[in-house]
Design a protein around this ligand. Structure first.
Ligand code: PSU
Ligand code: MN
Length: 305
């Protein structure tokens, strides 16, 4: 076992008995949603994964270890700690060597999942190329991670706080395939349609698993984006979310928000401006992704090539 990894009993048992495991990130808990909905959602998402025949492994950094699987109390601690550090690739050595509490982003969770031998990871939305990146250079480290780390990331696309077209261009340049489930379009998190198509529509877990196995068997390292749209009944009206996103982006610029604070600022502001309705959509799409991810984790084991 890797010296920095520590498995929960549930995940250790799953590994010993060859059960499918699904990794989950923790920045969505500490910086993506408010308490107590963050902890409730994290618990419910874990249960959805169990009910679908896989084992959840929520990943965070605690006490100098990368924890693969958290207890109920540990989820609570993370959800209640405003000073939990948002940890991406850059920050992992710091938070580990300092023994601090860290919540992992998509990038850091991919690194930890790969170290732990977990090929599937479920989140809400991935980071991407920010609007105005041509002057700010603000491009999420999630994209570079997808280029190099071999984990399939199930998400509901990227938020329209980002430049979705440039995000897809960046992924193409770095050879990261973008798969869609159930529709040709790449979803835009709160809404089902971003105006862009994914590269490949693969509706069944068996097809997704065959694609992923083939990529990695070819020696093509790196991630795969598996994008599933938010269920129709829970999607937000596009015109409303567009207006609110523009306002949140203006305010972030006026407040001089930069660096790793940008994404949490925008998420929190959008929630306020929708009187919490965006949070309900956010929760619904993560739960949907959990089902897609659990089925994919099973299919990867059931259909080796
Ligand atoms: N997008 C969301 N919700 C989130 C995040 C992104 O809709 O919670 C979090 C994820 O952890 C993602 C991170 O990896 O923000 C990206 O942050 P940045 O843009 O600073 O790379
Ligand atoms: Mn950034």
């Amino acid at each position: 076992m890797h010296q920095f990894l520590s498995y929960s009993q549930e995940v250790a048992n799953a590994r010993a008995t060859g059960k499918p495991v699904v990794a989950l990130e923790s920045t969505i808990i500490s910086h993506g949603m408010p308490y107590p909905q963050n902890v409730e959602t994290a618990r419910e998402v874990e249960q959805i994964i169990r009910d679908a025949g896989a084992v959840p492994a929520t990943i965070a950094v605690m006490g100098g270890k990368i924890r693969i699987g958290l207890s109920g109390e540990e989820l609570e601690l993370l959800g209640k700690s405003p000073d939990a550090m948002k940890v991406s690739r850059r920050d992992l050595p710091y938070v580990l060597s300092q023994g601090r509490l860290g919540a992992t982003t998509v990038a850091a969770t991919m690194i930890c999942a790969e170290l732990a031998g977990i090929p599937v990871f479920v989140t809400g939305g991935i980071g991407g190329v920010h609007r105005g990146a041509e002057t700010s250079f603000d491009i999420s480290a999630d994209l570079q991670e997808l280029a190099r780390t071999s984990v399939a990331v199930v998400c509901a696309g990227v938020k329209s706080i980002l430049d979705i077209g440039l995000t897809l261009e960046y992924l193409e340049t770095h050879g990261v395939p973008v798969v869609s489930v159930g529709q040709p379009g790449f979803p835009a998190f709160f809404t089902r349609d971003s105006g862009f198509n994914a590269d490949f529509q693969l509706d069944t877990p068996a097809e997704q698993a065959a694609f992923i196995h083939t990529k990695w068997k070819l020696g093509l390292k790196g991630g795969v984006v598996v994008s599933a749209p938010v269920p129709e009944a829970e999607a937000m009206p596009k015109s409303e979310i567009d207006m609110i996103t523009d306002q949140a982006l203006r305010e972030a610029a006026d407040d001089g928000v930069t660096g790793k604070k940008v994404t949490p600022y925008l998420l929190a502001r959008i929630k306020q401006l929708t009187s919490g309705r965006s949070l309900a959509t956010n929760i619904a799409l993560v739960k949907n992704n959990a089902r897609v991810g659990a089925e994919l984790a099973r299919a990867l084991l059931e259909h080796p090539i």
